[in-house]
Design a protein around this ligand. Structure first.
Ligand SMILES: Cc1cc2nc3c(=O)[nH]c(=O)nc-3n(C[C@H](O)[C@H](O)[C@H](O)COP(=O)(O)O)c2cc1C
Length: 172
């Protein structure tokens, strides 16, 4: 098996992170991987916003907690979040950003950095207290965040041998 396949098969979602910073050059590579994802008609109407200040990350977690009424919600207290956003009226925004998120997860994993998709912003971006923080982060008003990546070095043992039994059919 080649190294790319190995990386792809061993990525697992991580939901507990060490208080250890992600090196800047690796974060830049992860963001580059996001930019190189496919996008519908190659439009690339997206933006990738990385937040490295944990107090800002926790302010966002706190308004999500308030909006959704989820006690104790802290987005797993990651070191970094990357928020892919896309033009709300883009016909491909959600799909483009999902492709970019997978590139982010795989690039992070290649550096031993854990990651997980955080879905809670989906549907609440236009709540005023959420939009205010997105604006503060520099996310354009006409952009929606569908999912974001929480990143950090794993503070948990991630399962190595998982069985993913997808439905595969080859028609010859
Ligand atoms: C669209 C989507 C939304 C997800 N939302 C969350 C989430 O909000 N919180 C979370 O902990 N994991 C979330 N996940 C991660 C999945 O739970 C995870 O990928 C799945 O259980 C398979 O595990 P694995 O990533 O370790 O292979 C999401 C994944 C996807 C694709």
């Amino acid at each position: 098996m080649n190294a790319i396949m190995e990386n792809l098969l061993t990525r697992r979602s991580c939901r507990s992170f060490l208080a250890k910073p992600i090196p800047e050059d690796q974060l830049q590579d992860i963001l580059k991987a996001a930019c190189y994802a496919p996008s519908g008609r190659g439009l690339q109407t997206w933006q990738f916003t990385a937040v490295t200040d944990r107090s800002k990350i926790q302010r966002l977690a706190s308004v999500i907690k308030e909006t959704l009424g989820r006690d104790g919600y802290n987005m797993y207290d990651p070191q970094v979040i990357i928020l892919p956003s896309n033009e709300t009226d883009s016909p491909y925004g959600k799909e483009d950003n999902a492709c970019a998120l997978e590139n982010i997860f795989l690039a992070a994993h290649s550096y031993g950095i854990g990651s997980v998709w955080i879905n809670q912003l989906q549907g609440i971006c236009e709540e005023p207290i959420i939009r205010a923080i997105l604006t503060e982060f520099g996310i354009p008003e006409n952009h929606t965040v569908y999912g974001l990546a929480a990143l950090g070095y794993p503070a948990m043992e991630l399962p190595k041998d998982v069985s993913k039994k997808g439905l595969v059919k080859i028609v010859t």
